[in-house]
Design a protein around this ligand. Structure first.
Ligand code: HQG
Length: 181
């Protein structure tokens, strides 16, 4: 694998969703040993090196991954469907957050609220543009405003991943509004 996008996709899949698909084990905080990862990827014909991985971690557009201080381990900072994952500390969110989705999901979202679907958390952003881009991945983008201030007042916890993405377990319908701009 030479292309950084290809490596980023591979790492996302392994570190967020399916380490067992190559026989890698992650600890409770989602860390996997880089040397092990390289060896197991190689067995499958995926040529990875420490330098390639390091480059992807450093240059990744969304800063999806982190390498441990000792340089031995790697993890995804958010986006997991795995249960074994990062322990995020609850923090106070900004007054408003955004969620980008596709128009075809809107009826269901206003029925059930925002749910994580396959992932562990609902992903939110503090800027409108990011939300448009996230929605665009799924279809005709629609941006929802999330009344995070009210949710927080009512005791719902928020977390922020190292790369700035906001996380919460779910967003009930009463806190949602379509951003019509
Ligand atoms: C939708 C990317 C029907 C939800 C991004 C979304 C993000 C519902 C889809 C991160 C629903 C799940 C996550 C309901 C939610 N009925 N549909 N009740 N509740 N949905 O990909 O938020 O590039 O799992 O609106 O930048 O799109 O991978 O989540 O459309 O940060 O690093 O269900 O992934 O980052 O889709 O994206 P996803 P997401 P990466």
């Amino acid at each position: 694998m030479k292309d950084n996008v290809q490596i980023s996709r591979f790492l996302s899949y392994i570190l967020r969703h399916s380490p067992e698909s190559i026989g890698l084990s992650l600890d409770k905080q989602g860390w996997g040993e880089i040397a092990q990862l390289i060896k197991l990827a190689q067995k499958q014909g995926n040529q990875l090196t420490y330098a390639l991985i390091e480059d992807v971690v450093k240059t990744n557009d969304k800063k999806r991954f982190a390498i441990s201080e000792d340089g031995l381990f790697i993890r995804a900072v958010q986006g997991h469907s795995l249960k074994t994952t990062v322990e995020y500390q609850p923090i106070t969110p900004p007054n408003m957050l955004y969620h980008g989705t596709a128009s075809r999901f809107i009826d269901s979202i206003f029925d059930k609220g925002l749910i994580p679907n396959g992932r562990q958390y609902v992903h939110l952003s503090d800027d409108y543009k990011t939300a448009v881009n996230v929605g665009d991945r799924h279809g005709k983008p629609v941006v929802l405003r999330v009344d995070s201030q009210q949710m927080f007042k009512e005791g719902i916890e928020f977390y922020q991943a190292e790369n700035g993405v906001w996380l919460t377990l779910e967003v009930p319908v009463k806190y949602l509004k379509i951003d019509e701009r």
